[in-house]
Design a protein around this ligand. Structure first.
Ligand code: NAP
Length: 458
């Protein structure tokens, strides 16, 4: 069939993170096929990892949401928050109401280390810790007892640097961030003095970027500690280094050469060490981390040397990558943690597409998802023009709304989100902060209902 302004191509984007919004934006920016897009999110808030993943002290990165809001404000686009795909709206129901489904629900779980002691109290994923301090509703109720004086963070990607930096900042430094109020309170009481960041391979193999690394040298009460012998790199690695690696090595060498400033907290950047076992204090709590020194094999892998050391930590955060989670009705590759796809077309399905971390795995920065979403949207538009899609029987917005109403789903609209956003900004300002996030879902919905009543919207 040919899609027209009266019978536009109806697309459901599942997930309102950067990839979902970039996809919606690419769909409305083209003129070949008239479209209508609904952007679904299981949370009442849009923007996914920008709100819940990006570090709270990296506010500049979050300014992309201004453009995202513009996309969601287009009359051809709707934000449908607080609607869980697979539950509130099943796969079959979605197929009956949309010509195409576009999955962009990211990678919400984490990879494990598979070492003894990983389930002790005080050992968790960086993903959980990030969700907690960013006020994610799934983690807001979590009791995070920050009694540790020493913390080990396993992995040397940007997420590891984020969590280590947040743990090393003072409350005065964090007040300018949009860290969740409950996390700010807990961190104020945190006695942490030493954070160890552990890379299993060498400094030339670290995944973090230089801007984030440099920040370690600019903290008020914490200083970076680097062992010169652990950042030595081979001639071959030096030759092969790209510009990021070169700049990282420069900063690390500068850190290693610095005389200790005697600050009250330390950020230890360690390389060529692997976690072997998380030690138990006898009562189920973390009492230390046993690590093994490594050497690099010719192929660049970490090989244990049989030399061990115990770090005096009471908390271990594994920051070794995010992992996708299966959603009901959607194909899933367990090994890779992604939806099987060919350049964004879901393998073996008609009219289904994917973009972002659930398409390619958890890599890249926010902007990376733009090109990735555009690639998939191109295929969707091609299929729409080729007549490959199976048109859905009831594509009216009213039909979908009636279905959700019949299931008593409390849909959060863009206007609702804007009211909640304004509430958070105002409450934050009153406390001298950029924003005071509402973390509990019930509380979000209460604020929204309150604002609806006040605005005469319900
Ligand atoms: P990542 O960059 O892939 O880093 C994962 C780290 O975990 C690597 O150092 C990896 O080492 C290590 N690792 C994996 N398995 C391990 C094991 N069993 N034992 C010890 N170490 C292990 O992942 P990420 O930090 O979660 O970041 C995800 C993406 O988000 C990245 O693209 C990142 O750049 C991006 N991000 C960007 C920002 C920013 O721009 N400010 C902030 C946060 C995240 P190997 O290399 O040896 O495997």
């Amino acid at each position: 069939m040919t899609f027209t302004p009266d019978r536009p191509l109806r697309v459901l984007v599942v997930g309102s993170g950067p990839s979902g919004i970039f996809a919606a934006d690419a769909l409305i920016k083209q003129t070949d096929v008239p479209v209508q897009v609904d952007v679904l999110d299981r949370l009442p808030t849009p923007y996914g990892l920008v709100r819940y993943g990006v570090a709270p002290d990296h506010l500049k990165i979050k300014s992309v949401t201004a453009g995202f809001e513009k996309t969601l404000s287009d009359p051809r686009v709707r934000f449908l928050g607080n609607v869980s795909f697979g539950q509130d709206l099943t796969y079959e129901e979605a197929k009956a109401h949309y010509d195409a489904l576009f999955y962009t629900f990211g990678a919400s779980s984490d990879r494990r280390l598979d070492i003894p002691g990983e389930d002790l109290t005080g050992s968790m994923s960086a993903t959980e810790f990030v969700a907690w301090y960013n006020g994610h509703p799934d983690a807001a109720a979590r009791e995070m007892l920050l009694h540790a004086t020493g913390v080990a963070v396993v992995g040397v990607g940007n997420v590891a640097l984020d969590v280590s930096r947040i743990l090393s900042k003072t409350v005065a430094e964090l007040r300018d961030s949009d860290i969740a109020p409950h996390a700010l309170d807990a961190l104020e009481r945190s006695p942490v003095n030493d954070v160890w960041i552990l890379g299993r391979r060498g400094a030339a193999q670290a995944k973090f970027t230089t801007k984030e690394l440099r920040e370690f040298g600019e903290l008020h009460v914490s200083e970076p500690v680097v062992k010169p012998e652990e950042i030595q790199v081979s001639e071959a690695d030096e030759q092969a280094a790209d510009s990021t690696v070169k700049k990282n090595l420069e900063v690390l060498r500068d850190f290693a050469a610095r005389a200790p400033e005697g600050k009250e907290r330390r950020l230890h950047l360690r390389f060529l060490v692997s976690p072997i076992e998380i030690l138990d204090d006898g009562q189920g709590h973390v009492a230390g981390l046993k690590i093994e020194r490594n050497r690099l094999s010719d192929s660049g892998n970490a090989v244990g040397t049989g030399e061990y050391e115990v770090l005096p930590v009471q908390m271990v955060l594994r920051s070794v990558g995010y992992k996708g989670v299966q959603v009901s009705g959607v194909p899933f590759d367990e090994t890779r943690g992604v939806i099987p796809n060919e350049s964004g077309r879901v393998t073996g399905r008609v009219g289904e597409y994917t973009a972002g971390w659930i398409k390619r795995g958890p890599s890249g920065v926010i902007g990376t998802n733009k090109a990735d979403a555009v690639e998939s949207v191109k295929l969707l538009l091609q299929d729409a023009q080729d007549g490959t899609l199976t048109p859905a029987p009831d594509t009216s917005r009213e039909g979908l709304d009636a279905l959700l109403r019949s299931k008593a789903v409390e849909v959060v609209t863009l206007a609702d989100w804007k009211a909640l956003d304004a509430h958070e900004l105002l409450t934050g300002q009153a406390q001298g902060r950029p924003r005071a996030k509402v973390a509990h879902k019930a509380q979000m919905l209460a604020v929204i209902q309150d604002e609806r009543t006040r605005g005469g919207r319900g």
